[in-house]
Design a protein around this ligand. Sequence first.
Ligand SMILES: Cc1cc2nc3c(=O)[nH]c(=O)nc-3n(C[C@H](O)[C@H](O)[C@H](O)COP(=O)(O)OP(=O)(O)OC[C@H]3O[C@@H](n4cnc5c(N)ncnc54)[C@H](O)[C@@H]3O)c2cc1C
Length: 377
Amino acid sequence: MDLNYSPAEVAFREEVREWLRASLPDDLRDKVAAYAHLTKEDLLRWHRILAKKGWIAPSWPQEWGGTGWDPVQRYIFEEEAGYAGAPPLVPFGLAMCGPVLLRFGTPQQKQHFLPRIYDGDDFWCQGYSEPGSGSDLASLSTRATREGDRYVVTGQKTWTTLAHYADWIFCLVRTESGARKQEGISFLLIDMRSPGITVRPLRLMDGGHEVNEVFLDSVKVPLDQRVGDEGMGWTIAKYLLGHERMNTARIGTSRRELENLKQFAARQKKGGRSLMDDVRFRDEVTRLEVELMALEITNLRFLDQLRGGRPPGAEVSMLKIKGTEIQQRLTELMMIAAGPSGEKSLADRYANFRKTSIYAGSNEIQRNIIAKMSLGL
Ligand SMILES: Cc1cc2nc3c(=O)[nH]c(=O)nc-3n(C[C@H](O)[C@H](O)[C@H](O)COP(=O)(O)OP(=O)(O)OC[C@H]3O[C@@H](n4cnc5c(N)ncnc54)[C@H](O)[C@@H]3O)c2cc1C
């Protein structure tokens, strides 16, 4: 196993770092650093800068605009972008619907949707979860009934991130009540402007609006907006969840946050001394740093496997669990460092980050996956 970067990979990192230094607008970097709300325009602006450079969809095949980077280069890019404080890339089009269309879409679907995702012309959201169907996703009950050359869809989706920005939603719907609940699910692409769609905000603990309820009331969807065969939705859903889990460690972002934390704590005074001189606080920060280093090494092990052409197994769930635990702990230590007079934005971020151990498959579910698939329990 080789956990070191090759000279070519080191040079690539330098190229990415240099480009980010020159191309990431200061106002966007400042907003990210200040935990400020990013508008749809902010997110699209960064998306379009990357699209113009040709770096927006590294994992796509080159004929559709992919960069041809190997998994190590893709990781280096993500790490550097996170470390530089670039806005997050909204995954629903680029990292979810795109890969699904590439794998299961018709030539017409690819031709129509992929360039629009690439250029940021269509903003997508993900319609999987429903009230009562989160971890147990296969129990979903939004129904699509076939009527001539279209489906009529009725039901409710929930927790739909950025549905209030979205032009399109990809939805899991029940087209048949099969013997097994996984059967009879289909995957539909639905235009958010269709009559019968209502989006209602759900306020999170920090008061922010990022998730929604989406109601579908007899929404008409042309048959050619189904991806894959009827009843194939569960296979597609599982394929997509694999993509969703790969990029949850956010190591570059956590490295930047850890540096922020150390600098911030060094400026905080307690009894005339810097908080970083407080043995107990320093101990907490050091523990977290060790955890982050261990996560990086674990990630490098997976990358080395990928470099050798072996896809990592269910153990990749460790990245989600440890990555999100570290992200949450960072927000906790920031709150402790700030003390009772801390800025509201820190408290908001602390509250907001409780979500990370729930979304993209809760951490309990990830532990079940490791127990079952990797440990054979
Ligand atoms: C901020 C945020 C954004 C989201 N964005 C989207 C989105 O854009 N699109 C979308 O479709 N969904 C989205 N989700 C939904 C997310 O995928 C679900 O919240 C998640 O799958 C958990 O489902 P649930 O909320 O129904 O909780 P439940 O499944 O009811 O789980 C409740 C608790 O029980 C635990 N639990 C459940 N089953 C088991 C088990 N078998 N073993 C051990 N523990 C278990 C869970 O870990 C959790 O702690 C988002 C969620 C959040 C919080």
